[in-house]
Ligand binder design. Structure first.
Ligand SMILES: [Zn+2]
Length: 168
């Protein structure tokens, strides 16, 4: 499944509706009860969970809107569901990030990448490679920050992906 991909340049944002029409598997209306593909080719060594956490360095609580999968740099990063790449960009603290649109209001975001293997509008099967683990943006160690989002516009919410990921 993981081919010998060459890193691609950062491609920017795919304007909604601007991607060439393509047949893609639409995401389920809900991922409840569904299984996501594991986003790495090996199990993460350590996981930092979704939810509120206290930073003693900042002296403040912060919401962690995804999960961190600690993994060696260069580990292939895979799409958790089939979909179309909506954004490939450097996004603030996320560093080099890819957003995949799965249809029906579901999106996944992969952050702190070392490099990307896709461009906006690229169609990915579940398990298709989109980049490599790194520590770009605000990351103190090499890891994948994975987010799962449901809904559109102001009603978009972050969902804990760990509930739907396979476990070792
Ligand atoms: Zn994170």
């Amino acid at each position: 499944m993981v081919a010998n991909l060459a890193p691609a340049p950062l491609g920017g944002v795919a304007e909604p509706g601007r991607c060439p029409a393509a047949k893609m598997a639409q995401g389920r209306r809900t991922v409840a009860g569904a299984r996501l593909r594991y986003p790495l080719t090996r199990w993460a060594g350590e996981i930092s969970p979704f939810g509120w956490r206290y930073s003693s360095a900042r002296g403040a609580w912060r919401m962690h809107t995804g999960i961190d999968l600690i993994s060696p740099p260069g580990t292939p990063v895979l799409a958790v569901m089939g979909g179309q790449v909506a954004r490939v960009d450097t996004i603030g603290g996320y560093g080099i990030a890819v957003i995949v649109d799965h249809g029906n209001g579901w999106q996944s975001l992969y952050a702190h990448l070392q490099a990307v293997a896709v461009r906006p509008c690229t169609l990915l099967p579940a398990g298709g490679q989109l980049g490599w683990v790194g520590r770009s943006g605000s990351a103190s160690t090499d890891h994948l920050h994975l987010e799962l989002r449901s809904g559109t516009g102001p009603s978009q919410v972050a969902v804990d992906p760990a509930k739907y990921l396979p476990r070792p």
